[in-house]
Write a protein that binds this ligand. Structure first.
Ligand SMILES: [Zn+2]
Length: 340
C-alpha cells in the first residue's frame, strides 16, 4: 500500500498538468520493529482556506484493509482524471480534496485493528459517552491486551495527531466540509453513519445532513446505502469524528462540517466465500479479486456525488430558517422517532 501511494506521488510529480495541484505531505512517521512508515496526506485542488472540502480517510483500523485500498483507488482515479478531465479540473478549482489513505500503517502491515501501542484509534479522543455504551466494544481503559483500548486519557496517539494536523490545516477553515471515513465490519449492508457516537440525542447538524441525504436520494433513488446515525449501531467513547465535529463547530458558527463513516458490510463477502474467515484478514475484507474490484467500483457514485454536492453546496448547506426547520423535523421523524 505505501508503495502504491508513493507511485501516485511520483506520477503527480512527473505530470506537468498536475504541478501544484497535488500536494503531498508526510504528517508523521510511525515504525514497527522492521521499518518506518509515513502517514501521508494528499491534498488535491484549491488551496483557498474557506473552500469546500471533501476529506477522505482509510485504514484507521488496520485489519479493515479494504478501507485503505478504496481510498487509494478513488484517489488514483481522481489524479488520473485530473490530467484530462476539464470538468473535474474546474470543480477542483473550487473544491479541495484532502485524503489520508492509510492512517494506521503499523496496524495495516501487522494485521491488527489497533496501532502498535494496542490503541483503537477510533476510541482515542477525549469525548466521553453520556448515554450507555456496550461493555468493552464501547471503549475500555483496562488493558491494551484487549481490543477497543482507548489509550491514555489525555493524549492522542501519533496517528490521530496526524489526522488532527490535516484537519486543522486544511479542513477547519472551510465553510463547508464533508469527511468520509472508510471502515468494514459485520453486517450485510453498506452503512453510512453520521454522528453522534457519544449520545443517542439527535445530531446538531441534522437539518443539513437531512438536506444532503434528500438531495442524494432524489438524485440516486436506487443507491445501496443504509443511512443512519452511528447511535443506531452502538454508542462508544472516544470517537474521533465526534471530537473533530465538536472542535469544528466550537471554532466556527458559520461553517458546516459533516463527518460520515462508510461501514462496508463484510458478511456478504464471507457468506459467498466462507473459508476466508480463517485467513488473516478474511473477516473484514473481500478476498477474491473480482469482489475487490467490485468494491472499488461500488462507491464511485457516492464519491462523485459528494464532490458535486460540495461544488454546489449552498443548496443544502445554507438553508433559510423555514427550510432548516422542515429538514430538522423530517430528520427527527426518520431517525429519532423513538426519542419523541
Ligand atoms: Zn473500523
Amino acid at each position: 500500500m505505501i508503495d502504491d501511494l508513493k507511485k501516485i506521488a511520483q506520477f503527480a510529480e512527473r505530470e506537468s498538468r498536475l504541478r501544484g495541484k497535488v500536494r503531498i505531505r508526510t504528517l508523521k512517521t510511525v515504525a514497527d520493529s522492521k521499518r518506518e512508515y509515513p502517514i501521508y496526506s494528499f491534498s488535491l485542488g484549491t488551496e483557498e482556506p474557506t473552500a469546500p472540502v471533501l476529506m477522505i480517510t482509510g485504514g484507521f483500523h488496520g485489519l479493515e484493509r479494504i478501507g485503505a485500498q478504496l481510498a487509494w483507488s478513488l484517489m488514483k482515479t481522481t489524479v488520473e482524471r485530473m490530467t484530462w478531465d476539464n470538468a473535474l479540473s474546474e470543480l477542483l478549482g473550487r473544491v479541495r480534496m484532502v485524503v489520508l489513505p492509510l492512517v494506521n500503517p503499523t496496524g495495516y502491515y501487522n494485521y491488527r485493528r489497533s496501532n502498535l501501542n494496542g490503541v483503537d484509534l477510533m476510541r482515542n479522543s477525549p469525548i466521553r459517552a453520556i448515554d450507555d455504551t456496550p461493555p468493552l466494544v464501547g471503549g475500555q481503559r483496562i488493558t491494551n491486551k484487549l481490543p477497543w483500548f482507548q489509550g491514555a486519557p489525555d493524549s492522542f496517539e501519533p496517528e490521530n495527531q496526524a489526522v488532527i494536523e490535516a484537519f486543522e490545516s486544511e479542513v477547519k477553515s472551510s465553510r463547508c466540509a464533508v469527511a468520509l471515513d472508510f471502515h468494514s465490519g459485520f453486517g450485510l449492508k453498506d452503512r453510512l453513519w453520521f454522528p453522534f457516537s457519544y449520545t443517542t440525542k439527535p445530531f446538531d447538524s441534522l437539518s443539513e445532513l437531512h438536506a444532503l441525504t434528500y438531495l442524494f436520494e432524489q438524485t440516486h433513488p436506487y443507491h445501496i446505502y443504509q443511512i443512519e446515525p452511528q447511535s443506531h449501531g452502538y454508542l462508544l467513547n472516544g470517537d474521533m469524528w465526534d471530537y473533530l465535529y465538536l472542535e469544528f463547530h466550537k471554532a466556527s458558527t458559520a461553517g458546516l462540517f459533516l463527518p460520515v463513516t462508510l461501514e462496508m458490510g463484510s458478511w456478504s463477502w464471507v457468506r459467498k466465500n466462507p473459508l476466508q474467515i480463517f485467513s488473516k484478514h478474511g473477516a473484514f475484507n473481500p478476498i477474491k479479486e473480482h469482489r475487490l474490484k467490485r468494491t472499488y467500483r461500488r462507491h464511485h457514485l457516492l464519491f462523485d456525488f459528494l464532490l458535486k454536492a460540495l461544488y454546489s453546496n449552498s443548496t443544502w448547506s445554507e438553508l433559510d430558517e423555514p427550510t432548516k426547520r422542515k429538514h430538522h423535523q423530517l430528520g427527527i421523524e426518520r431517525w429519532y422517532s423513538d426519542l419523541t
